[in-house]
Design a protein around this ligand. Structure first.
Ligand code: OXD
Ligand code: MN
Length: 580
């Protein structure tokens, strides 16, 4: 059984791209292994040490194709205003001409894979079918880890014509001919010239965030760049939290947090590490699913110490991209362990610790099945999702933002999310470490005008009195010598504990101009050696810094002109008033 609309679309795509062969992927183990063998044969993959990393492979990408290329990512709507000032815009007609030309004959001599996939748990009202057509077997193999692929997706599709159409080709991998185009009105994606995850695994950022955010606006739900976790207290109560953090700011680590010894009677359950689809349930609460089935995590910095659950998840059946390779055939990256005496770097060149360059690319990745994560929640595939009690917004801020604060109410929380900022990381091409506004961590992922997106968020808050409470966290504050003030990682549970107490009507807080900040005693710091000054600094709200911050926020808001919801300006004026 196969939808006629799907067959027709595949015929049309094949006419344009002219592949030598068309392969419909069924998602089976057999098919996966055949693909792997083929890629081992042509050098696309290298097999890792079968004893230490069973069924694991290394891929080295083209050296210019190692991260998302935001400047080559476009929203193609009839009017530029519908893409908004924070997106690159191209008219659908121009895209069809300029980018369409690159697809003409691009699969000559290649195999075209048809990859049906399901985002979201089987049988869930949240779930959506997409079909990615690609000429990259590496993309197919990764899609099989990251999505429910093949037969199950076709079953969900039935004879419907309702699916996201994703067309991907490696093209010639040249950045000059690289485009990632989204057509929200047609629910279509065209990506050419890159094999990198965020650009090429179309189920992920392109479908589940950029296209889905537009659907969510139209249908009354939220598609967000958020992790989802359940925190179980010693009495066995589980509170679910969702958190939006920019790329490479520790979402995966937080999603798989291991409690520190002082809080060993707590347990953190992983539901998702990157994307959340959230809908109002019949009970008026906001329920969330993780549409993915795998983790496409940043390898550098991941270790048994920082994220033991990830290390177990990635130890088998995983694909590594742009990590270093040790002589014994195991992957290595900066921060994993003491450096090996010798390795091959991410480009396959001989490397030693004296080489003076990183062995792994800073944005090296692992693609690992979610079900292998020891902390995976027993509810991670529940069709109705999990009920969210609190939303966390967070960024990487050396200064200004305290460790944690709570918004006064939903509308203020939307202001907090809309004015979020973070220092840039290696997950996208460009300068690293500069502070940029990244509202709700969605700046690179919102498929429409963010002013309308903020309006949608505000409207969601009016729909139920049981919406989650909103918090802002910052694990990255530093002292005047540039040292992190907060230990981070597992210790972040102390902050989550306060958040959960607040949600349950407990947890002492002080009202400050920016929101409720915990009193120093309200944070459980038992067993942590943190000076009183450090705690004070971590929780400090400096009115002068915040006045400057408010000016930077206003400057950002002004970019949206009249389209910015008045509620956000009102929240801004209130902030200034409270700052005095
Ligand atoms: C990711 C990203 O890969 O945000 O998740 O870049
Ligand atoms: Mn992400």
């Amino acid at each position: 059984m196969c939808s006629r609309a799907l067959n027709e679309w595949i015929e049309e795509v094949a006419r344009v791209t002219q592949p030598d062969r068309i392969v419909w992927c069924d998602g089976s183990e057999r098919e996966y292994h055949a693909l792997l063998e083929q890629m081992l044969g042509d050098g696309t993959l290298l097999r890792l040490n079968e004893r230490k990393y069973p069924n694991c492979y290394l891929h080295r990408s083209h050296p210019t194709d190692v991260a998302r290329t935001e400047h080559l990512t476009f929203i193609c709507t009839p009017k530029p205003e519908d893409a908004g000032p924070t997106n690159n815009w191209m008219s659908p007609q121009e895209a069809r001409e300029r980018v369409g030309a690159l697809f003409r004959g691009c699969m000559k001599g290649r195999t075209m894979y048809v990859v049906p996939y399901l985002m979201g748990p089987p049988g869930s009202p949240f779930s959506e079918v997409g079909v990615e057509v690609t000429d990259s077997p590496y993309v197919v193999a990764n899609m099989r880890i990251m999505t429910r692929m093949g037969k199950i997706a076709l079953e969900h599709l039935g004879d419907s014509e309702h699916f996201v159409r994703g067309l991907h080709s490696l093209g010639d991998l040249s950045p000059e001919r690289r485009y990632i185009c989204h057509f929200p009105e047609e629910r279509a994606i065209w990506s050419i010239g890159s094999g990198y995850g965020g650009n090429a695994l179309l189920g992920k950022k392109c479908h589940s965030l950029r296209i889905a955010s537009v659907e969510a606006r139209d249908e009354g739900w939220l598609a967000e760049h958020m992790l989802i976790i359940g925190v179980e207290d010693p009495e066995g109560n589980v509170t679910y939290l969702a958190g939006a953090f920019p790329s490479a700011c520790g979402k995966t680590n937080l999603a798989m947090l291991v409690p520190p010894p002082a809080l060993s009677r707590y347990k953190v359950w992983t539901v998702g590490d990157d994307i959340a689809w959230l809908r109002l349930g019949p009970d008026g609460r906001l329920w969330a699913v993780n549409p993915e089935t795998g983790f496409f995590g940043v390898a550098p910095g991941t270790s048994v110490k920082t994220n033991p659950n990830a290390m177990i998840a990635l130890s088998r059946n995983s694909i590594f991209t742009n990590v270093a390779l040790t002589p014994e055939g195991t992957p290595w990256w900066e921060g994993m362990s003491d450096p090996p005496e010798f390795a091959y770097d991410w480009q396959g060149k001989p490397w030693t610790p004296a080489s003076g360059r990183p062995a792994a690319h800073p944005n090296a990745r692992y693609t690992a099945p979610a079900r292998q994560c020891p902390s995976i929640s027993p509810h991670w595939e529940d069709p109705q999702g999990v009920p969210i009690s609190a939303i966390l917004f967070g960024g990487r801020r050396a200064r200004v933002a305290p460790l944690v604060y709570e918004a006064f109410d939903w509308a203020h929380g939307v202001f907090v999310g809309a004015s979020m900022a973070s220092e840039t990381t290696a997950a996208a091409m460009g300068e690293i470490g500069v502070v940029r506004r990244d509202p709700m961590a969605m700046l690179p992922f919102c498929g429409y005008n963010m002013a309308d997106y903020f309006r949608h968020w505000l409207w969601m808050g009016t729909r139920s009195p049981r919406m989650p409470r909103i918090f802002h966290v910052n694990w990255f504050r530093t002292d005047e010598r540039g040292q992190f003030l907060w230990p981070g990682f597992g210790e972040n549970l102390r902050v989550l504990k306060w958040i959960i107490e607040r949600v349950n009507g407990r947890g002492d807080a002080e009202e400050t101009p920016i929101g409720y900040v915990p009193t120093p005693e309200a944070l459980d710091l038992e067993g942590l050696t943190l000076s009183k000054e450090a705690v004070r600094e971590l929780l400090h709200v400096d009115p002068n810094e915040w006045r400057q911050e408010a000016e930077a926020i206003a400057e950002f808001f002004r970019r949206f002109g009249d389209r910015l919801p008045e509620e956000l300006w009102q929240a801004h004026r209130q902030l200034l008033r409270r700052l005095g």
